[in-house]
Design a protein around this ligand. Sequence first.
Ligand SMILES: NC(=O)c1ccc[n+]([C@@H]2O[C@H](COP(=O)([O-])OP(=O)(O)OC[C@H]3O[C@@H](n4cnc5c(N)ncnc54)[C@H](O)[C@@H]3O)[C@@H](O)[C@H]2O)c1
Length: 375
Amino acid sequence: MEKKFRIAIVGCGGMGSGHAVALKSGTGETVYKGNVADAKMPDSAMTTDLRDLIELAGVTDIDPSRVSWAASQGIFTYSDYEEVLADKSVDAVLIATPNHLHKPMAVQALRAGKHVLCEKPVMLCSADLLEVVKEAEKAGKVFYPRQNREWDEDFLIIRKIYEEELLGKTFEIRCRIMGARGIPEDWRSKKEYGGGMMYDWGVHVIDRIVKMIDRPLNDVFCSLKYITNEECDDNVFIHFTFEGGLTVRLEVDTCHFVRLPLWNLFADHGSAEIYSWNCDGKMMRLSSWQDKDALPIIAGSGLTKTMAPRNQETLTELPLPRFDFDRNALYKNFVEVCQGTAEQIITTDHALRVLKIMEACFESAEKGEVIRFEK
Ligand SMILES: NC(=O)c1ccc[n+]([C@@H]2O[C@H](COP(=O)([O-])OP(=O)(O)OC[C@H]3O[C@@H](n4cnc5c(N)ncnc54)[C@H](O)[C@@H]3O)[C@@H](O)[C@H]2O)c1
């Protein structure tokens, strides 16, 4: 039997422990344990079985409690990162440490001749990513950005409605990620560690949208708030205008105590709504633009005819398309790219564009201005 591809994980906290369970089982099981709540991903018959492909070499962490947790799961533990890099049987390193460590750890691994799978945000700025890509080229190794959320079901639904024009031509999309706990009190609330919600969730929502909308991004506007934390942004609002006029509003909020929909998509023949992560929601399709005229309704202290609700006979409620997906698609692609048998699904060029957009967002928030981007 061929030698399995051996991956070691650096950083065995919330995400690293999830990776450890996923890689150890190989079946797509991702039970998060330890300093995050236990949670199990739903099973999927589509998930690639990685047991013949990947072997978890071990993990390392500077926190002894995380090392003990790993050992308690029967996972090999390295004494430190240097020991991981010196292990010739390790083909690749998965970096799951706080954001500020991604660059130095990636450079170290590439120089030691390891492939790298790096958690998002892959770097804190585009210049750093360019340096790391050069290091990867020099080493002849793969640097793979783990921007994993293009497999999320909510996103797959919105992408299908958009790409297949199920409701006609889309003119606006809104996506809101909403929390109610303020910024976590870990490294995410410290600037020097790459904290803040733009780096935490902003990267995900930008990543997915610009992958889906294959057009130049003309304008970027962003505002950042600091409600529970003076140092790092805890509420993000972004407005994008793509070529052709399609607009997107993205929100990452940590201070929302009422629920707004996770997604809305507005098109010229209908609207779609996804309420939450379990993807409950609906599409309302317009059969005819007739019935433009209506009797006024009372709105506050006045009357409105333009905002009167539509005659329901011209609207049809439809269920959302649903999807299953391969929980191991990204790991599988990473290994195949390292073995030279596949193209990288998440490219460093894409990660670079995402980082440049994030930089435009930071600039917009600082200046309070719209930034012309790819115009
Ligand atoms: N892709 C996703 O969906 C997703 C989800 C959550 C987190 N993440 C990313 O994963 C990374 C880790 O986030 P987290 O939530 O697991 O954080 P965490 O704080 O739970 O875990 C980080 C771990 O790294 C360890 N660590 C710190 N410095 C180290 C060092 N020098 N050597 C070895 N270990 C070290 C810490 O002790 C800790 O156990 C971040 O970059 C985050 O953005 C990605």
